[in-house]
Ligand binder design. Structure first.
Ligand SMILES: NC(=O)c1ccc[n+]([C@@H]2O[C@H](COP(=O)([O-])OP(=O)(O)OC[C@H]3O[C@@H](n4cnc5c(N)ncnc54)[C@H](OP(=O)(O)O)[C@@H]3O)[C@@H](O)[C@H]2O)c1
Length: 355
């Protein structure tokens, strides 16, 4: 893989420095905790089929991916651990070259649950530490409400209204101090929630993982993170085409970002695919992407985004397609009662008459 126009182009997240990559390597952002996060990782949500996941991980590692994004509630940490163990024991990759992220689940949003849940993840992943441990959601549900193993099945009385971010964060910091998590971060948090942690802890979040794509570019939140030295990771950067079932539960339509005229024109101009343009538009701003694919050729396609540069006109065109809050797909009201939780992060959407 040829790298071209890397750090120069990453101007938005000025505080998050781009480490200069070796030839063929994916560029990395330097986290405020000191670690290096590869700008492209493999997303693994909704992949629990052993054969598909193994094939995707092998294709990814062979193509140069070193960053893998998982979560307790993706139910695939064990399979990922198995593949990583094979690559590590065969000497094909070194642990220090990997960047593994997992997340504290919504049903364990209590300080006392943090060590147990992280230990469970580490044991499944067969690792001594994760590179990044994120709080998956700002709101919490009762552990017993999660019986069915499905977030969608949680009823309105299942929410745990006692969620205390600062207590949870302190417990996360203890894990960092103990070396079980190299960096800490949050996911789906809003500015106020992140600011509260920054103001009350000596350890600021190193990363925010949020929905971010062409129609929901998160410009103010990205700017806020830039000011505070927090690296941003975009999830669902293709608009999550595999999540039609979930997005419809929220009363939303799934956009087809691959078929937007402007995206296709820019892709033709650079002899690239629409998917590559969508990802490049994001990484060129210094924001990490974690596209999910179990198709080996698409896995390879999604990392081949460092051998072209979008020019100012391309960027302006793509920037102008942002729909702001109207472009948001995941409002997570399907998690029963989340909208009435004091830490529901998107209060502007609270009164929308959708599921
Ligand atoms: N923190 C959170 O709350 C949160 C929420 C959502 C997602 N995430 C993370 O972010 C990752 C990515 O988000 P996502 O899974 O929602 O969706 P996504 O990456 O936006 O889209 C994945 C879908 O796009 C297809 N695809 C992948 N590459 C393609 C290509 N080059 N051309 C055409 N289609 C392509 C995939 O199909 P194939 O597999 O068939 O290629 C899959 O259906 C997740 O897997 C997860 O790790 C985090």
């Amino acid at each position: 893989m040829k790298s071209l126009g890397l750090c120069v182009a990453f101007t938005v997240l000025a505080v998050v420095h781009c480490a200069v990559p070796r030839a063929g390597e994916v560029p990395k952002v330097t986290l405020n905790s000191g670690g290096l996060m590869p700008l492209v990782g493999l997303g693994t949500w909704q992949v629990t089929d052993e054969r598909k996941l193994e094939q995707a991980l092998d294709a990814a590692l062979e193509a140069g991916y070193r960053h893998i994004d998982t979560a307790t509630i993706y139910y695939n940490e064990e399979l990922i651990g198995k593949v990583l163990k094979r690559w590590l024991s065969e000497g094909k990759v070194k642990r220090e070259d990997l960047f593994i992220t997992t997340k504290l689940p919504v049903y364990a949003m209590r300080a006392a649950d943090v060590p147990d849940l992280l230990n469970q993840s580490l044991s499944k992943l067969q690792l001594d530490y994760v590179d990044l441990y994120l709080i998956h959601m700002p709101f919490g549900v009762k552990r017993e409400a999660y019986k069915g193993g499905s977030i969608v099945a949680i009823g309105p009385n299942g929410t745990d209204l006692t969620t205390d971010h600062l207590a949870i964060w302190d417990a996360m910091v203890a894990e960092k101090v103990a070396g079980r998590a190299k960096a800490l971060g949050v996911s789906n948090f809003n500015e106020t929630q992140i600011e509260r942690i920054i103001k009350n802890s000596k350890v600021p979040p190193a990363n925010l993982q949020v929905e971010l794509h062409l129609f929901h570019q998160q410009k103010p939140l990205v700017e806020f993170c830039k000011k505070n030295g927090i690296a941003v990771t975009a999830f669902s950067s293709f608009g999550s085409p595999g999540s039609k079932w979930l997005i419809q539960l929220s009363g939303k339509e799934l956009p087809d970002l691959f078929n937007i005229t402007e995206v296709k024109e820019i892709a033709n101009k650079h002899h690239k695919t629409a998917a590559q343009v969508l990802l490049r538009h994001i990484v060129q701003k210094g924001i990490t992407v974690i596209p999910k694919s179990t198709n080996p050729s698409r896995v390879r396609e999604n990392i081949e985004i460092f051998n072209f540069i979008l020019d100012d006109e391309d960027v302006a065109t793509l920037d102008s397609l942002d729909k702001g809050i109207d472009g948001k797909l995941f409002i997570m009201k399907n998690i029963g009662g989340s909208v009435n939780h004091p830490e529901y992060p998107w209060t502007i959407l609270q009164n929308e008459p959708v599921a």
